[in-house]
Design a protein around this ligand. Structure first.
Ligand code: ADP
Length: 760
């Protein structure tokens, strides 16, 4: 038994010994593994012996701290806590206390730790505690994971966001972004303020309906839907809205779709500019424009009335002058007086037209009327006019054609003449010595008129001013001779014709104005007019019936006097209503009707006449003193075949009547025509001619009469001279008489001046 017990004890001892050996071996292995794990782990590991307050640092942990020497003596908890960031220490202590007090199941805390260099690392610390049998903590083992890079990236993101916030809160635009259902995901401060919220956060999660008036919200969301449906950005559309404090504001908005990574639209980014100020300015401008337009209308109406008022009596003057000019019972003297009345009337009419023209241009109501005309005759007319003016001033006038010119062109002849007369008039006016030259060249539809002078010239700094209305530059002595409107009108007219007016000038040396213009060559369309038409005295067809409708008896009387002798049978009506009745009764071949009349105006009368089946083809000419082009158009719309301006020019009226009634005129016989001398009278008188015999005393006497304005005495003296002179002098004196009868006494004086000195 003893042996058995001894064997058992020995076996047991062996087992214990063996077990001990085994435990020691496995312990060594596990320590080795732990050590290896400590070395190999990417996290820093530590082991705190709580009982002896000793902390073990793993090599990785030391490397993270950049510890090259052993930690200050023997590392303890406090030594290691001293590395924790002051702002985090409380959090770390709290976590530790509550874990050790077993209030927390895990120890888990993110905090900053200073390394040896003094930089802070963001570390996530995780640990567990080993407890003894009484539940007291023995050891605490944990790891540190380095979150510095993540934390830095997060910080950078936050910095970037803050920077973006700073931008979007401080740019003067409204910025917002919404999801697909138009729910706000974010916005800037400006939108929040507009919506009456304190911060953008209060906007997040809301829709437009919760922030602006229902109607406005509906239009905003309609735009969102439009964008969603089209999948395209919407730019620069104007939104109008009423804010919660009842202010009306206008936004100019761009909305662009926001896409997910897979290309789906996930929302909308909107940028709006507050354009309220601009909108108000536009509204104010529009109102000002409308007010100006109303004022312009009023001005136009005034002008129309004035023009009507001025032209109507002139129609009487000029009309009866034309009647009298055709009256065979008048003697030569009476005929001359009538012709003075006619010329003065013509001059007055031109003046009225020019003044109206200016006003019409200012009101933007000028229209061009292009016609086909003879270019050569047109230029000849202009050249003759200025040859005379230049000669009177003692300067040379030259006309040069730079290329072959078309026979006929299409343009508004009157306006083109007006522009050339202005340029040439200025050239002569501002030139005391030397010459004025008109050059004309034509190339492939482009025409160039160039007016050069050797006059006073224009300073460089004044060159742009002169095209503005009422701008006169240079020497003041010339200012009284003009108004400063000519170039402003010319430039606008040329531009209306599609051309350009330019100038080049050197002070003291002269100026050059030129116009470049497209002019259509219509030579092939134009019948070449060779001889002036002689006087019409009747027509070959049988008598034609005419109805005159005009409320002014004098207007009717003029036409009755002019047309009855030619073979028309004329009836008269006092207003539109009477006119319609008369037309129905008499079935005239032609009706000439005024437009503005009491009882019934011309437009209405013509409309009613046209309703009558038998009067549908009757020729109707509207005659009006109105300056407005729309009257012309309106009269045609009412049913008139043609339009003639008052005061009526007989030749023009006859041309229209001939066309409408297909008449063949009978002309006055050649031997009744004007004597050839008359032709010479129409040519401009020469400044000094060797064939004219007027002695210095006679010339001085006439000159003084002209200068003093004693017109009647001047006429008498000139008559005496005509009586007592031979042919050449007679013609010259008659030309002076003609000028004086047109009250052009200054021109008469200029022409007399050279004869006041003894002739060589
Ligand atoms: P007006 O001749 O009636 O004064 P314009 O509008 O025709 O008005 O001309 C404006 C101004 O331009 C003139 O007053 C003059 O100072 C200047 N000007 C025009 N043409 C010439 C020119 N050929 N030579 C010198 N100055 C000129």
């Amino acid at each position: 038994l003893l042996l058995f017990i001894s064997i058992l004890a020995w076996l047991n001892l062996r087992r214990v010994f063996f077990m001990q050996k085994l435990t020691a071996e496995s312990l060594a292995k596990s320590e080795e593994r732990f050590d290896l794990a400590m070395r190999g782990a990417s996290d820093g590991l530590w082991d705190w012996d709580i009982v002896h307050d000793q902390v073990y640092y793993s090599p990785r942990w030391k490397a993270m701290l950049e510890l090259t020497t052993p930690e200050e003596g023997r590392p303890t908890l406090n030594i290691w806590l001293s590395r924790v960031h002051p702002e985090d220490i409380e959090r770390v202590n709290q976590a530790l206390d509550s874990y050790l007090a077993k209030q927390q199941a895990y120890f888990h805390v993110l905090h900053r730790v200073r390394n040896q260099r003094g930089d802070y690392l963001w570390l996530l610390c995780r640990a567990i505690v080993l407890w003894d049998e009484q539940g007291k903590p023995l050891r605490m083992v944990g790891s540190f994971a380095d979150f510095t890079a993540q934390k830095q990236a997060e910080q950078a993101l936050r910095d970037k966001e803050a920077f973006l916030r700073l931008i979007i809160d401080h740019i003067p635009h409204i910025i917002f972004w919404k999801d697909r259902n138009s729910v706000f995901l974010g916005c800037n401060q400006k939108l929040a303020v507009m919506a009456g919220k304190k911060s953008p956060n209060e906007v997040v999660g809301k829709t437009d309906y919760e922030m602006v008036w229902h109607e406005d919200a509906a239009t905003f969301q309609a735009k969102d839907r439009e964008l969603m449906d089209a999948g395209q950005p919407l730019y620069h559309f104007i939104e109008e809205l009423q804010t919660i404090d009842n202010n009306l504001i206008w936004l100019e908005t761009n909305k662009i779709p926001l896409y997910s990574e897979s290309g789906q639209i996930i929302g909308i980014l909107g940028v709006s500019e507050d354009v309220t100020q601009r909108r108000f300015a536009e509204i104010a401008l529009q109102q000002a424009k409308e007010a100006a337009e109303v004022a312009n209308q009023a001005k136009s109406a005034f002008l129309a009335n004035m023009s009507h008022e001025l032209r109507t009596p002139l129609n009487g003057v000029l009309g009866f002058a034309q009647v009298l000019e055709r009256d065979p019972s008048l003697n030569q003297k009476q005929l001359e007086h009538v012709s003075v009345i006619r010329r003065c009337g013509d001059y007055l009419l031109t003046l009225i037209n020019d003044i109206l023209d200016l006003s019409k241009i200012e009101a933007g109501r000028v229209e061009l009327y292009p016609t086909d005309f003879h270019f050569g005759e047109f230029l000849q007319g202009v050249v003759e006019l200025f040859q005379m003016r230049a000669e009177q001033k003692g300067i040379r006038f030259r006309y040069e054609t730079l290329s072959q010119l078309p026979h006929g062109v299409r343009a508004d002849e009157k306006r083109l003449r007006q522009v050339l007369i202005n340029l040439l008039g200025n050239a002569v006016k501002f030139t005391e010595y030397g010459s004025v030259t008109l050059k004309v060249g034509y190339d492939q539809g482009g025409i160039r008129f160039q007016v050069e002078d050797t006059g006073i010239g224009i300073a460089e700094e004044d060159l742009t001013k002169i095209f503005s209305p009422f701008q006169q530059v240079g020497e003041a002595r010339y200012h009284a001779e003009g108004t400063g409107l000519g170039l402003a009108i010319s430039k606008r007219l040329v531009e209306m014709m599609g051309g350009e007016l330019h100038v080049e000038s050197h002070l003291g040396h002269g100026s050059c104005f030129w116009i470049c213009l497209e002019l259509q060559d219509v030579s092939s369309l134009l019948k070449i007019k060779t001889v002036a038409n002689p006087k019409i005295i009747g027509f070959k067809q049988s008598c034609r019936k005419l109805l005159l409708i005009d409320d002014k008896w004098e207007n009717r009387a003029i036409l009755v006097n002019l047309l009855t002798p030619l073979g028309f049978s004329v009836t008269e009506a006092n207003n539109g209503e009477e006119g319609v009745d008369m037309a129905k009764q008499t079935h005239p071949d032609l009706i000439i009707t005024d437009l503005v009349m009491p009882v019934m105006d011309g437009f209405e009368a013509v409309r009613r006449i046209r309703q009558h089946p038998e009067l549908q083809n009757t020729a109707i000419i509207a005659a009006s003193a109105s300056v407005f082009d729309y009257h012309q158009q309106e009269s045609r719309a009412a049913g008139c075949n043609d339009f003639i301006e008052k005061p009526i020019r007989l030749d023009l009226l006859l041309e229209k009547i001939q066309k409408l009634l297909q008449l063949t005129w009978i002309y006055e016989q050649a031997d009744n025509a004007a004597p050839p001398e008359n032709a010479m009278l129409t040519a401009p008188p020469l400044r000094l001619s060797a064939n004219v015999h007027c002695n210095p005393e006679q010339a001085t006497e006439l000159y003084e009469l002209a200068r003093s304005g004693d017109i009647e005495a001047l006429w008498e003296q000139l008559e005496v001279l005509i009586q007592n002179s031979e042919a050449a002098t007679q013609i010259w004196a008659k030309q002076l008489l003609q000028l004086s009868k047109a009250f052009k006494v200054d021109e008469v004086a200029v022409l007399l001046e050279p004869y006041m000195r003894p002739q060589p």
